[in-house]
Each structure stands twice: as C-alpha cells, then as structure tokens.
Design a protein around this ligand. Structure first.
Ligand code: ADP
Ligand code: MG
Length: 766
C-alpha cells in the first residue's frame, strides 16, 4: 500500500495530531474570547522569532507580557532600559497586519528615527512596510506625496507633534487629492508620560494670516500698572481676576458704562491679558528676554528657551508690552487641538514609559486609560539613597560637588542631573575649578545630546545634564564599571514632579545593573516659592533662623506637590476648553470630508438653505423697507436690479418670500446654463460650500482662542468660568452655522463662473 511508503510522514502527522488532541481539554476550558485571542498570541510569537532572527534579540517574557498589554490598549509602566523599543514591535506587528496602519509616536525626532531604523528590518522581514514620519532636521518638510507614502505604510514611527500637526493640516486641504492621512487605527505612545502629560497643557495650533494690530495693548498695560492687589484684583495660585471694584474702576477709566457689553469686549479682553501678563506670568521661569530683545517662552520641564513658540490669543503681545519691547505681529489661529482630544480619536491607543504609574489617576480621568506595571526582567540592584537637605544652595552645590568628586575618584561614572539649564552651568563651573573634565548637556538638540549621554556610563565619565536631556537614550556601562557600582546619579534640586526624579534615577541600574542615586535639595530650589511664608524662608536661607532637615523636607516636598497639582489642573482646564471645540471640530471635519469625498448639495438642499436664510431675514425685518430688501438681494441672491419689485406688497411676507425664492431659482438657473454639465455644477457647489465652511470655521477657532483668556479674567467664587465659556462657545457656534448657510448661498448665487476653451471651470467668488 502507498501508506507504507510515506509511513514516516504519517507518523509525524500522527504526532502532531496527538499534540492537538492533548490540547483539546485545555482549549475546552477557554472562554470564547480567550480562544479568539489565541490567533493573536500565535502571531505575536512569529514576531518574537523575527526579532530574534533579524535583530538578534528574542523578547524576554516580561517584554511579551508588556506586548500583550500594549495590544490590549493599556499604558504599560516598564522601567528604563527594559527594552520598550523591542517590546513595541510585537503589538505594532499585530496591529499592522490589519492593513489599517499602526503608528508609534515618541517625544523627539531622534528617538523616532533611531527606532524606525533599528526595528525596521524585523517588520520588513515579516512582509510589512515601515516608514519614519520625521526628518533629522525638524525644519525639513516632507512633500505631500511623500506624506501619503508614509501614512500608507503598515507601520509608522514619528513624533507626537508632527502627527498632530499633520492631522490639522490634513483637515485644511482644499481637495481630496491633497489628503494624506488614513483613518486612525492603532497608536503606541512611547515616553507616554512626557507626551500625554508634559506636552498636554499647550494645544497644537496652526497660525494663519496676521491679525490687524490692536492699539489697546498699551492702554491696558498702563491701566494695570496703577491697580492695587486685593482691592482691584485678586490672585490665587495661577489665577487672577478683577474685583467688582476693579471693574467699575476700568469702566470709569475707559469712559464706558458696562464693561461686559459686547461692544467693549476688546477692551475687556486686553485688560485681562495685561492683568495676567503682570500678575501671574513670571519672568525668569515662564519667559525671558532673549539676546535679540524678544520675549521667549521657557520650557518648564527642561528650563530651555522654546524656539519660535508664542503664547496665543494676544497674551504674548501683552507680555511684550509689560516688558516694553517691540510688540510683535499676532497671527490668527486657523486650527487647533489638544493632545488629550487628539489621542482620544484613535480607536485603540496604548502607551509605555518608565515613569507613568505616579500619574495613573489623572491618566484614567483624562484619557480613560489604565496603567499596568510590568515587572523587571532582572531584580533592580540600583541603590536609591535618601535625600540630603540643606537650607541654602551654596551648601547644596558644595555637597553635590564633593559627592561627585568622591565617586569620580574611584573611576565610577557620574551623572549630575539638575532642574534648570542655569544650574548645569554652575555645576560645570565648580567642576572646572576641581579640574575634572566633563560634558554638559544644555543644547536644544536631541541628536547631539543622545550621542553624549550614551557615553555617560564609561569609566571616569562625568556628565552634567538637565532632567529631560537625552530621555530615551540607553546608557550602557563600560567595561569594569559594574565592579565599581555602576552609574551614579546625583540629582541637584527638587524637580517639578516625582516622575522627573524617577526618570533621572532610572538612568542608572538598567537591566539589573548596579547603580546609585541620591537627590540633594535645598530651600533655594526653584520650586520652593509657593506655600511658605517668604519672610521666614529668607531667614532660614540666610541662617538667621535654624531649620531642621525634617522641616526642609516638608517645605520642599510640599512645593513639589503644589506644582504637580497646578500642572494637573492646567491640563484639565486645557482639555475642558477643548471639549466644545472637539464637538464642533468633528462636525466641521465630517462635513468637509463629505464634500471632499465627492458629496455635494443637491438642488433641493440649496433651495432649502436659501429659504431658511430668507425666513431669517424676514423675521429680523418685521417692518420691511424696499431698501433693505434690495440690499439683501444684492448681497445674497443676485446683482441684477429688477423693476418688477415695484409691484410687491412689502407687508405681505408670503408674497415677498415667493418673489425672493423665484430670484434664487433664476440665479441658480443662470449658473447652470453657463456651466452646462452635471459634474461641473457639482464641483462648483462643492467649492462654494467648502469655502464658506472654512472661512467661518477658521474665524470660529480663532475667536474661541481669544475667548479663553478673556473668560478666565471673570473668574471669581460666584462665577463658573468654564460654564460661561461653554455657553459663549455654543452661542458663537450657532451664529457661525447661520453665517455658513448665508455664505454657501452667497457663494453659489453671486460667484462669477465661466468656462474656458478647454472646458475648464473658472470661479470668482464674491
Ligand atoms: P527602554 O526604552 O525601555 O529604556 P531600550 O528599548 O532603549 O529600553 O532598550 C535598552 C537596551 O536593551 C537596548 O540596548 C536593547 O538593545 C536591549 N534589549 C532590549 N530587549 C532585549 C532582549 N530581549 N534581548 C537583548 N537585549 C535587549
Ligand atoms: Mg525607550
């Protein structure tokens, strides 16, 4: 029999059969969902094998565990150095297989490019396409065609800000061919706390045309300078508002009766901007005057100057006025979104970071995401020593220096982490005096920083950096360093939040390596300003009054807690402001998409909108005059004057309406005659509608941006400012809808259309 010949094959198959049968009982016990999940388990295993063959690394169990968590949409806390980059390949591959795209974002170009390059071969081996969505130089831009190619890939590595801006740009295009994004599917956010929290208090904004410069800045600035605290205004944490007395003073000063009247909105808005500029926006911590004499914002987490970033809604100009520097041009906002709302648009979002557990409540609250803590592959051997406390910074820096020198003398590499750039310079100075060669990381370039910090684990290395510098770069220990105790991290100053401190400690002791960390804090740390009586503080610092370590600890830690709360509140406020905008944005973007995708307004619809507009006009003009009617027709329906209007009975509204609708029909017919094709007409209507929508929407976005600071100035115990903002935002949205309807009809009926010899449509909008 034939079977005899293939006996060994059958034997093999039978062995397989036995294996399958052996699994039967196990499988029977699985729930439907567990059974279905098996397919993805198997696929994840393929990717593990690809990682091993192509990258030479087989994921550890904890990495596979984290991979599953990421696939299920959790935020995974995974210690620094545990290999998040490799971990991400597992769920990225799984979700990339759907063909709907998987995107990984991280917080700088360097990391996005590095990981795309390093992990790319494994994806390609498995037959997926992968691209990086950023360029080395952030000023280099991709062409539209290139962007299409990038976002069509199965796997994309990019940064959160590039992706966010691309989303806004993708919704400003004028034709469907210009669009480059696909519907969102799956996203993993690396360094998730930095992206989801630190970046989240400032929304993404695309600026458009310059606004007409206001001359109210100076008048408002002058007025604010003469006000008295607690009489004319009150300050609380990061909030400031006028008292009733302050408001009546303003009315008197500007000679107006009611400052909340719509016609005085601009005055009021500028007063609030000036008040905030003077009373809560601090020079030195939030902004500085750069060498060119301009107001430059400071990044809170790194202490760096932010290049080319301005506060919105006129706040930047108000600060310029306060500082008496040249007032720069203010641009309109064309499109904006917060990161909170942006990421919430992904059907599935996951994140990973070494320090995310501390913020788990806020992340659940704002993003509805659960944090899971993944165990480390090897036990942590880093020794985190208790803080040292000092009353003043001279003693603090001296202690830090001595500790660094002591470690350095044994050959142990030392990384000194500071809160601010200026502190790195002080430390560097002290090290020079000691004659210790060292590297200082204080440039604003992630590529350069990564190159330096990589070397921080070599024998004898001394590196000084701010907490954020080189985040995400692996510090490998040089030969012989393990024996010396690994990398020693010395933190100087209480940081803005606990996360930043854990991030700094995490530089040492990766993958079960030995390591050391200690923070040295003092009452002169930048963060200690709030929550303590300044007079007492001065005495403690000068040594006039003695203070125990325990008291220093309490003061410094309380300051950190307050700062964390302020940060959290700011992010929540920023999201709350965006709630209305988010709803409106969705509606507008959906309408645009419908039009771009070939949808159009049928004749019926056009006529219905025109009728609605006419009804509104007639309602507003109870006593209709011939002049008003004429004006309306000229502005909205037709440029042609008609004699037969003379015979109209203006008090008979239905007769007037009938007449107006006829004019609409006639006007529409004329367009149809000129264009003379169904498709041409469709295109024409589409352009008319899109233009009307965009103009009104951009104006609305800009208006809401301006409304935000204005509303906050009204804050007081009795007023719910968020409620007022939302009410006003809704009102303005209704107005905008009306304006869009009027302008669609205007654009359709009053445009000049013509066909050229090549049968191309030319439109001149009114
Ligand atoms: P993280 O982002 O978690 O801080 P990285 O992804 O930068 O860590 O990885 C740290 C180091 O660990 C890298 O040098 C990487 O090559 C290595 N690594 C990660 N996973 C593995 C593995 N499964 N086997 C061997 N080396 C690994
Ligand atoms: Mg990483």
């Amino acid at each position: 029999m034939k079977i005899v010949k293939t006996k060994s094959t059958v034997k093999k198959l039978i062995r397989e059969l036995k294996k399958v049968k052996a699994l039967k009982d196990k499988m029977e016990q699985l729930s439907d969902d567990e059974l279905k999940a098996k397919t993805s388990d198997f696929r994840q295993r393929f990717m593990c094998e690809a990682d091993k063959r192509v990258l030479g690394m087989f994921p550890f169990d904890v990495q596979i565990l984290a991979g599953i968590a990421l696939h299920r949409g959790y935020l995974a806390e995974m210690n620094t150095g545990e290999g998040k980059t490799l971990t991400a390949t597992l769920p990225m591959y799984l979700n990339g297989l759907t063909g709907k795209g998987a995107i990984l974002v991280t917080n700088n170009e360097y990391l996005a490019l590095r990981d795309a390059e390093e992990m790319g071969p494994a994806y390609e081996f498995m037959g997926l396409t992968i691209k990086a969505g950023v360029k080395r130089n952030e000023d280099d831009r991709f062409e539209n065609e290139e962007k299409k190619e990038i976002y069509a890939s199965d796997i994309v590595y990019t940064t959160h800000s590039v992706l966010g801006f691309d989303y806004l740009i993708n919704n400003l295009v004028k034709s469907s061919e210009e669009r480059f994004l696909r519907p969102f599917n799956y996203i993993i956010i690396d360094e998730a706390d930095s992206v989801l929290l630190d970046s989240a208090s400032t929304p993404l904004v695309i600026s458009g045309s310059p606004r007409v410069q206001s001359n109210l800045y100076e008048a408002a600035d002058f007025f604010i300078r003469i006000l008295q605290e607690d009489v004319d205004y009150e300050v609380e944490e990061k909030n400031v508002w006028f008292t009733e007395k302050g408001l009546s003073y303003a009315e008197e000063y500007f000679g107006i009766d009611n400052i909340f009247a719509p016609e005085y909105f601009e005055i009021y808005r500028h007063l609030v901007l000036a008040l905030r500029a003077h009373k809560i926006i601090e020079k030195g911590t939030e902004y500085m005057i750069n060498e060119a004499g301009e107001v430059a914002l400071i990044d809170a987490s790194s202490g760096r100057m932010l290049k080319g970033v301005k506060l919105r809604g006129g706040q930047h100009q108000a600060i310029e006025c306060k500082e008496q520097v040249e007032i720069t041009q203010e641009n309109r906002s064309m499109a904006s979104i917060t990161y909170q709302n942006f990421f919430s648009m992904f059907p599935k979002m996951a994140g990973m970071s070494g320090t995310i557990y501390d913020a788990k409540d806020e992340l659940m609250d704002v993003y509805g995401k659960e944090v899971v803590v993944i165990p480390t592959n090897n036990p942590i051997r880093r020794v985190d020593c208790p803080d040292w406390y000092f009353s003043d910074s001279t003693k603090q820096f001296e202690a830090a220096l001595q500790l660094a020198v002591k470690k350095h003398e044994t050959g142990q590499p030392v990384l000194i982490v500071t809160t601010m750039i200026s502190d790195t310079e002080i430390i560097s100075h002290l090290l020079v005096k000691e004659g210790i060669p060292h590297s200082v990381l204080n440039a604003n370039n992630a590529f350069w920083e990564a190159d330096i910090i990589k070397e921080a684990g070599q024998m004898g290395a001394m590196t000084v950096a701010t907490s954020m510098a080189g985040r995400g770069t692996d510090i490998k220990l040089g030969p012989g360093v393990k024996e010396l105790g690994g990398l020693a991290v010395i933190g100087v100053g209480r940081m803005l939040n606990v996360r930043d401190e854990r991030q700094a400690r995490g530089r040492a002791g990766r993958q079960g390596d030995p390591g050391y960390s200690r923070f040295i804090v003092s009452l002169e740390d930048d963060i200690v300003e709030k929550g303590t009586d300044p007079e007492k503080l001065k005495k403690y610092i000068s040594g006039e009054r003695k203070i125990s370590d325990w008291r220093v600890k309490r003061i410094v830690n309380k300051a950190q807690r307050i700062n964390e709360e302020v940060g959290s509140t700011n992010r929540k406020t920023s999201k709350d402001y965006d709630v209305v905008l988010q709803l409106e944005r969705k509606l507008m973007y959906d309408t645009r998409d419908m039009l771009l995708d070939g949808g159009t307004l049928e004749d019926e619809k056009i006529k219905a909108i025109a009728e609605e507009n006419i009804d509104g006009f007639l309602k507003d003009n109870k006593q209709l005059t011939k002049a008003a009617l004429n004006r309306y027709i000229l502005d909205n329906i037709s440029y042609e004057m008609e004699k037969d209007m003379r015979y109209l009975n203006l008090s008979d509204k239905s007769e007037v309406k009938e007449y107006m609708l006829e004019r609409v029909d006639k006007s529409l017919e004329e367009k149809r005659k000129v264009i003379d094709s169904e498709n041409g007409m469709k295109d024409f209507v589409r352009v008319s509608a899109l233009t009307a929508i965009d103009e009104a929407w951009i104006e609305q976005v800009d208006y809401l941006q301006q409304l935000q600071p204005a509303v906050s100035g009204r804050s007081s115990a009795q007023r719910n400012l968020m409620y007022e903002y939302h009410a006003e935002a809704l009102k303005s949205f209704r107005k905008m809808e009306k304006r869009i309807k009027c302008n669609i009809i205007r654009n359709i009926l009053l445009s000049e259309v013509s066909m050229d010899k090549k049968n191309r449509l030319h439109i001149i909008l009114p």
